[in-house]
Design a protein around this ligand. Structure first.
Ligand code: ZN
Ligand code: ZN
Length: 351
């Protein structure tokens, strides 16, 4: 079985790097399994890989890290790493490392060549390992159970903020470390805001209300959107809902290894076009989910990404009619050898 470190060493060869200094927290966690990566770094050299963190984490790092641990702080970290880097070309993460840290590294490692990299480790994270999948499944199961508890309370007179709070509390009680991101609850006209955060607005009969939320478990995220009816709905709302559900299910049905992400995006837009609604679908179809809530692959018109078994993606078309209403339906989906498995189990038919 290939480990994250094996995968990275392959990429380093391709990029002609001798070593990599990893600072981006999710990348540090991916390589080491250490659960406080904001206070840690990983150095990968031709022969060794080391997790650096400070004395607050001595015990935790020994328990969790799959890499040898060195405890140090501040410039002492760079001094320790220096010895193994003389004469080497060292990759750094341009998307994360601060200018100040870059200058410190230049001063601390005068006999090494620093080489900026972008997206060296992130693509390796797209195809999930078994323990990563288990964490994502657990996070999604928590979100589904919390939503089932919430549904009877989605009635006229309750505020969006109250529902968001109940949902997040339920996820914590069910074992989540917290919400995967700030819970979105958008009702009535506010449904036209794709990322409408919960406000003190009260739900009213005849409105649609969109919930977009997830749980965080062992560092991994879940992501799901459901739109629910508050009381009886107009014919137009029912038409919009059917269109989005059809667009979501059409794209979902096409998920399998080898399919281009851009083609899935097009399938959902074609369905909405048949309803005259394509212009109201203003964002991309979906994204990968893992240690970050948004990661590769990217599902949008210009994406070069191609699906592979083991990727975890979202399929999330929506329509947003400014000043009137809006809705989205999002599933969390595992790409399998033969097609797909929907990880989000909450019903999509309550209207
Ligand atoms: Zn979402
Ligand atoms: Zn999403």
């Amino acid at each position: 079985m290939t480990t994250p470190l094996d995968r990275l060493r392959q990429s380093m060869k391709g990029a002609q790097l001798d070593a990599v200094w990893v600072t981006q927290p999710e990348n540090v966690r991916y390589l080491s399994r250490f659960s406080s990566p904001e206070d840690a770094r990983v150095l990968v050299t031709p022969e060794h890989a080391t997790l650096y963190t400070d004395a607050r984490y001595t015990v935790q790092a020994q328990q969790e890290s799959t890499l040898p641990v060195h405890i140090a702080r501040g410039l002492a970290v760079y001094e320790h790493a220096h010895a193994s880097l003389v004469g080497l070309k060292v990759g750094i993460e341009a998307n994360h490392l601060s200018v100040a840290a870059y200058q410190d590294l230049q001063a601390a490692w005068p006999q090494s060549t620093l080489q900026t990299t972008r997206g060296l480790i992130e693509p390796l994270r797209m195809v999930k390992m078994q323990d990563e999948l288990a964490a994502i499944r657990a996070a999604q199961a928590i979100a589904d159970a919390a939503f089932a508890q919430l549904l009877p309370q989605v009635v006229a007179g309750v505020s969006e903020a109250a529902l968001a709070g109940k949902l997040e509390q339920a996820m914590r009680e069910l074992g989540a470390q917290g919400p995967a991101f700030e819970t979105i609850v958008a009702s009535g006209e506010r449904g036209a805001l794709p990322h409408g955060r919960a406000t003190d607005k009260l739900l009213q009969d005849g409105e649609l209300v969109t919930f977009d939320f997830g749980a965080l478990k062992d560092g991994y995220h879940s992501d799901m959107t459901r739109t629910v009816a508050v009381g009886p709905q107009s014919d137009e709302h029912i038409r919009l809902y059917r269109a989005v559900l059809e667009a979501e299910e059409a794209a979902l049905a096409a998920v399998k290894p080898g399919v281009r992400a851009a083609d899935l995006d097009q399938i959902s837009r074609n369905t909405l076009e048949q309803y005259g609604l394509a212009e109201y679908f203003v964002h991309s179809l979906g994204h990968g989910v893992g240690l970050n809530i948004h990661e590769g692959p990217s599902l949008y018109a210009q994406s070069e990404d191609v699906l592979e078994a083991g990727m975890v993606i979202t399929i999330e078309p929506g329509v947003y009619v400014p000043g009137q209403t809006g809705l989205r339906i999002e599933d969390l989906v595992l790409v399998t050898e033969t097609g797909y498995e929907v990880l989000s189990a909450s019903p999509k038919t309550r209207l």
